[in-house]
Design a protein around this ligand. Structure first.
Ligand code: PXP
Length: 240
């Protein structure tokens, strides 16, 4: 069975648009668990644009499935991870200009920064996963860093269509073989949705998929009718 990690960042994005208390990613995580999530993923960005420190602390306390804290290789957030002790730390590159994580980590030309973050996290008993492009050089470099998992970046696959998408799928399959041959757990994520997820889930030895935006988008749509009906009911009670 493929494990489903549900990313709740986008719930926090809606909350931060008003800097209020709702919708709360903590509540969304509890509901995601009820829906069958095997893990909850949340990205504490250095600019705190969506998930806040308070969310990280409460999610760690309340989530009963695996917690997967996505962070950059930066001291401040690595220290927070070491204090919080999520099940997994998912290391990603981060830039302030990007709308979302745009590419995998450049593990192949790392100057020791990634390894230092891995050592610190693993020293606290946290499992480490590296978010990388499906590029053989990056997978080889990731395998040399003694991490527990590689998360393949499925963004380019998700954005492509037709023949290009098949080529991207082949890249993912080859990268998956290398990852498994290196003895690492195979994860994947980014841009996966209800239409494009199946071929990725069928890649040999795929263990875990992390999915956020499409699930939160669908949650808004499947919940809209009921949300409006509840407001209608309140107004009708005031003035039938
Ligand atoms: N994996 C990583 C490393 C990510 O940065 C994200 C986006 O936060 C995801 C998975 C989930 O991507 P999406 O929100 O497009 O499903």
């Amino acid at each position: 069975m493929i494990e489903l990690g549900v990313n709740v960042d986008h719930v926090a994005t809606v909350r931060q648009a008003r800097r209020t208390y709702e919708p709360d990613p903590v509540v969304a995580a509890a509901l995601a668990e009820q829906g069958g999530a095997d893990g909850i993923t949340f990205h504490l960005r250095e600019d705190r644009r969506h998930i806040q420190d308070r969310d990280v602390a409460i999610l760690k306390e309340t989530v009963t499935v695996k917690t997967n804290l996505e962070i950059a290789c930066a001291d401040e957030v690595v220290d927070i991870a070491c204090k919080t002790l999520p099940t997994w730390a998912l290391l990603v590159p981060e830039s302030r200009e990007e709308v979302t994580t745009e590419g995998g980590l450049n593990v192949a030309s790392d100057n020791g920064r990634i390894q230092a973050a891995i050592d610190k996290l693993q020293g606290h008993g946290i499992l480490v996963s590296l978010f990388v492009d499906p590029d053989p050089h990056q997978i080889e470099a990731a395998a040399n860093l003694s991490v527990e998992a590689v998360e393949l970046h499925t963004g380019p696959y998700a954005l492509a269509s037709g023949h290009e998408q098949l080529l991207e799928l082949e890249r993912l399959k080859k990268a998956g073989e290398l990852t498994t041959a290196a003895g690492l757990r195979l994860h994947a994520g980014h841009g996966l949705n209800y239409h494009n997820v199946r071929p990725v889930a069928q890649i040999d030895n795929m263990i875990e998929l992390n999915i956020g935006h499409s699930i939160v988008s669908r949650a808004v749509m499947v919940g809209m009718r009921e949300a409006v009906a509840q407001m209608r009911q309140i107004l009708d009670l005031v003035s039938p």
